[in-house]
Design a protein around this ligand. Sequence first.
Ligand code: NAD
Ligand code: DAU
Length: 365
Amino acid sequence: MKLLITGGAGFIGSNFIHYWLKNHPDDKIVNLDKLTYCGNLENLQSIEKNPNYKFVKGDICDLNLVGAILQENKIDTIVHFAAQSHVDQSILNIDKEGRESNETIQKLFEHSLPYDFVLNNTWGTHVLLEAAVKAWRGEEFRNKKFHHISTDEVFGALPLDDAGKFSESTKYDPRSPYSASKAASDHLVSAYYTTYGLPVTITNTSNNYGPYQYPEKLLPLAITNLLENKKVPIYGDGKYVRDWLYVEDHCRAIELVLEKAKIGETYLIGGLTEDVNNLELINRVLAIMGKSEEMLEYVKDRPGHDRRYAVDWTKAKNELDYKPLYDLDTYLEKTINWYKENESWWKRIKSGDYLKYYKKQYEKR
Ligand code: NAD
Ligand code: DAU
């Protein structure tokens, strides 16, 4: 296969590239990434000289660039990860108390405004779809695949203490600029299947964690703070529920989709079967790291904070034979060990611009 991976310098994308080259060493990969603050070529250092891997610095919104990549590399499979991915960044500028002018914020965080989410996530996906149709239509899409990575957040929020879960038939109800931009991108992907017959598949997945995750998300932030003997900020009452998916299980799920899924189908991918709230999750981390609950710091809640996500991944289990390989505690320990062993990776990130973000996000909470 000849794959175009978008956003391959980010967290899940870089894990996917490592996974794919390990399990499909003869396939060729082009990684297109514009290297926003989350994109980090250090994630891919160990494979950068692999003759089957090529990096292109560029924007998925550039139709000519994407078209040229597809043609020159005879790409037959697109796996689309590129996006602005952090909910807090998508709402940073609308928090009334912390409000600053667009200009100031833009100087600090070039990629943190809500419109940037719409631009990269929605418009960017649209451009990729257009480029794929243009490049592949002549061959009537033979042996071609466009796989779109999306999120369970497009389904909105579930109540606490409820047995209900998101499934493939749940109505879309996105509630943050991030999830709304992803929801719009999902609809565009489906529309290109219906309208042009582009061979698409979509996965909506839950909260990923593992190596190379930018420490703005809860788990890498908590683990690295604890390694620095700093407290872990807990939003609101901490009784928010997420489904936690180890990134390598996610990569395997994408592989199964590419190998077995029916074209035009959507699959939900999750990592758990029981609810675990944020406090329970971080308490497990504290226990593994030998720290006490004194290291928790309750801070002001996220505006519009979705209460509960829960994912029913039965369809992926039945049709693709997907299931997580290990349990949450095993994966948490593995993740903590990775951050312990790769201190220089996250310490470099947690200096410079990250400090400005941390101050803005947490100081007045
Ligand atoms: P990330 O923020 O770590 O990485 C995103 C990558 O995309 C970065 O390398 C960035 O430079 C690149 N990028 C952004 N805009 C681009 C553009 N216009 N052109 C080219 N490259 C661009 O994100 P992640 O956590 O790895 O998420 C990857 C995908 O998975 C996203 O689509 C996200 O919505 C989805 N997702 C993430 C999670 C999660 O828990 N992290 C869960 C479900 C779905
Ligand atoms: O559900 C999938 C989504 O998971 C992905 O689509 C997003 O790209 C990804 O960022 C993630 O979104 P969340 O908002 O759920 O992840 P985050 O790690 O930011 O927060 C997880 C939970 O932890 C959420 O309830 C907010 C809370 N939290 C987060 C941070 C950063 C805290 O309590 N304290 C924090 O400092």
